[in-house]
Design a protein around this ligand. Structure first.
Ligand SMILES: Cc1cc2nc3c(=O)[nH]c(=O)nc-3n(C[C@H](O)[C@H](O)[C@H](O)COP(=O)(O)O)c2cc1C
Ligand code: SF4
Ligand code: FES
Length: 651
């Protein structure tokens, strides 16, 4: 296939804030303006056209179909070739330039020719602690001579419980070892099922339950993902109960439960609903199922095994908030879970739980599942809204907050999968009873994803306020024999790190905040003493540099500088002064960005420098010895700081 197929040079993506070569060239004003291709003279395969048209019909604004349409074009042609993009543009009546700008933002959309089979090896933090970098090398080697297999390293795929893992044409497999690489390549290129025993889809939940199980009750019951079994278990009774009372009464139950959002920010769900303006206008609900925070994989298990619980929760929230149009934005990599959800939505619609006058009540709402295409920033609520509107997933300036001006500029409630899935339980238990569970200001139970250096990684449902030691040692099996906890992230990779001295802290929002960290999405990543903090910091910084959308300077430059400063330590060029400089860069990022992605790197990196400075200083000295750059104290007042004059790294 020609690289200049269609007469244009395909644009490669580098990171979400692309520094494509030529990105800062002056604009060529002599170029003809971008035009929408003429549908009359642009041939489009019938099936592709039908898929795109159907996708456009699902949304109030046809542009929202950009990602589904590009996914379809990529499936047809193997990549988003200029021809494919022109065809999508002709059907959607957009310019190819617009669609190219969308395609180049997302990791799963590829704008260059590639082999037909995809192997995404996760090399993010939890997988890397368990040997992912060696696995990735082995995979590259095994596929080197095979033109049918495209091996790429990927950021957290939301399956840290099976680390190290890979997604093979969408099928999640793990835990893997480098010895599996040859078999994977052989099986995928000959069209066989890949390592069936290691497929995540067959794995039961590790939490067999000692604590109160509200969300995980009988979670592995066969067929729970179907309407029949869900209803047999009392499913949709909460919705019936809510609909038999007023919207106000339903909202009062959610307010009394005081459930704080489970997606990261911890804002109370009931209060968020009460911020929505009242009255006759289109209001939206968007369920955030992007789940891309490294270490987090709880929503995946919920959606796969109990999709109707989420749908019922969405219906209850729509009732409480007078909402008529709902979407679930699911990360593109969760293909398997998206298929299950789609089937469940169809079943629920056919049974009258979605649509006009649900169960004969005044509730009428629509629900559409929207698949993303690989970008962590689309988990940030306003980046998600732009992405759902069919654009690059750039966050928006707040205020206005989505409750006032969100999707298509309308009032929008955004909640996480786990938050919404809890609504049926709250209605059945009653808000006040639910609030008796957990800790003060941290009511109820929480799904905690535990990964990294523990013996039984997985999702556990615990009452908020449970001791962190209980979660890490009793439930997740603790560190491996002979190893100790060096540090742990209590709320995903963006939470400031804690140490072994913090293991007895109650696991709840306020205790984590008091300890200088946060509960975040409820993802505990444990790092034992076999790893260096430099390794951990490098993984973090590279991830955030890759995921920065590039819209604001402190985040775009600060994440890249941090990567470079950490590389200087590794290559023996740094002095302890670099640690001060790096700490100061983090301080300048925090609070100075448009969204908190910048802070999400700066907070954990800052905490690592603060808590592990002696180890980093020894790393600096040891690396200098290895590289033969002499003692740091002899390197002069600025060390090797001249290096900073060089160009910034390009991904
Ligand atoms: C960079 C970034 C990534 C985020 N990723 C997610 C995510 O994957 N899933 C999620 O529910 N919330 C995520 N959030 C939080 C959302 O912005 C938002 O607060 C949340 O979806 C609200 O739902 P909740 O109140 O139920 O927690 C992210 C925030 C940031 C800043
Ligand atoms: S902090 Fe700024 S550059 Fe970074 S992801 Fe958010 S909007 Fe984009
Ligand atoms: S799946 Fe690899 S770090 Fe999460």
């Amino acid at each position: 296939m020609s690289i200049t197929e269609g007469g244009r040079i395909p644009v490669h993506r580098f990171s979400h804030g692309s520094r494509v070569p030529g990105w800062d060239d002056a604009v060529d004003l002599t170029k003809p303006p971008a035009v929408v291709p003429d549908p009359g003279t642009t041939p489009v395969p019938k099936e592709l056209r039908r898929t795109i048209v159907e996708a456009m019909q699902r949304y109030p604004d046809r542009r929202s179909a950009a990602i589904p349409a590009l996914h379809a074009a990529q499936a047809e042609y193997g990549w988003c070739s200029p021809e494919a993009i022109t065809q999508v543009a002709a059907v959607m009546q957009l310019t190819p330039a617009y669609l190219t700008s969308v395609a180049t933002f997302y990791d799963m959309l590829v704008t260059h020719p590639k082999p037909p089979n995809d192997v995404f090896v996760c090399t993010n933090i939890s997988c890397s602690l368990r040997g992912a970098d060696e696995l990735y090398e082995a995979m590259l080697l095994a596929a080197a001579e095979n033109p049918n297999v495209d091996v790429r390293s990927f950021e957290c795929l939301g399956a840290c419980d099976i680390a190290p893992m890979a997604s093979v044409n969408g099928e999640y497999i793990g835990p893997l070892s480098p010895d599996d690489a040859a078999t994977i390549v052989e099986q995928v290129s000959s069209g066989q099922p890949v390592l069936p025993d290691k497929q995540l889809s067959r794995r039961p939940c590790v939490d067999t339950g000692t604590g109160p199980h509200l969300l995980f009750k009988d979670i592995d019951e066969p067929g729970l993902n179907t309407l029949e079994v869900y209803r047999r278990r009392g499913g949709y009774e909460a919705l019936k109960q809510a609909l038999s009372t007023t919207r106000e009464e339903t909202l009062n139950q959610l307010l009394a439960a005081n459930i704080r959002g489970r997606g990261g920010a911890g804002f109370p769900m009931g209060r968020k609903i009460s911020f929505l303006p009242k009255g006759d206008m289109v209001k939206y609900l968007v369920c955030n199922a992007d789940e891309s925070e490294p270490g987090t994989f709880k929503d995946r298990e919920l959606m796969q095994k109990a999709p109707h619980m989420l749908i019922e929760g969405i219906a209850i929230a729509c009732w409480a908030g007078e909402i008529d149009t709902a979407f679930i934005y699911i990360r593109g990599e969760y293909d398997f879970q998206a298929d299950i959800l789609e089937a469940a939505i169809d079943e629920a619609r056919a049974a009258g739980y979605i649509g006009e006058n649900v169960l004969g009540s005044e509730l009428s709402f629509s629900l559409v599942l929207h698949r993303g295409a690989g970008a962590y920033i689309c988990g940030e609520e306003t980046g998600l809204l732009d992405s759902l509107e069919g654009k690059r997933g750039n966050p928006r300036l707040k205020p206005p907050f989505p409750a006032i001006e969100g999707l298509y500029d309308g009032p929008t409630l955004i909640n996480n999968v786990e938050t919404l899935s809890t609504a049926p339980t709250i209605i059945l238990m009653g808000g006040e009873k639910y609030a008796e569970l957990g800790a003060e200001n941290s009511t109820g139970t929480k799904l905690v994803s535990v990964s990294g250096d523990v013996q039984r990684p997985g999702n556990y449902e615990v009452e908020l306020g449970t001791s962190s030691r209980e979660i890490i040692f009793n439930l997740a099996g603790g560190t491996f024999p002979g190893r100790e906890v060096k540090l742990w992230f209590p709320g995903g990779s963006s939470s400031p790190v804690l140490t072994k001295d913090d293991l007895d802290l109650p696991y709840d929002f306020d205790s984590m905040a008091k300890a200088g960290s946060m509960l975040g999405s409820g993802a505990v990543i444990v790092v034992d003493d076999s790893h260096t903090v430099l390794q951990v910091a490098q993984k973090l910084a590279k991830f955030y540099a890759h995921e920065s959308c590039g819209k604001c300077v402190p985040c775009r430059e600060g994440t890249n500088w941090t990567v470079k400063m950490l590389q200087r330590i590794e290559s023996g060029e740094a002095t302890p002064m670099d640690l001060d400089l790096m700490a100061s860069v983090q301080t300048h990022i925090i609070g100075n960005c448009l969204c908190v992605l910048g802070d999400a790197m700066a907070m954990p990196i800052g905490s690592i420098i603060e808590k592990f400075r002696p180890e980093l200083e020894s790393e600096i000295e040891e690396a200098r010895l290895r590289a033969g750059t002499g003692l740091a104290e002899d390197a002069g007042p600025f060390g090797n700081a001249d290096e900073f004059a060089g160009p910034l790294p390009v991904h």
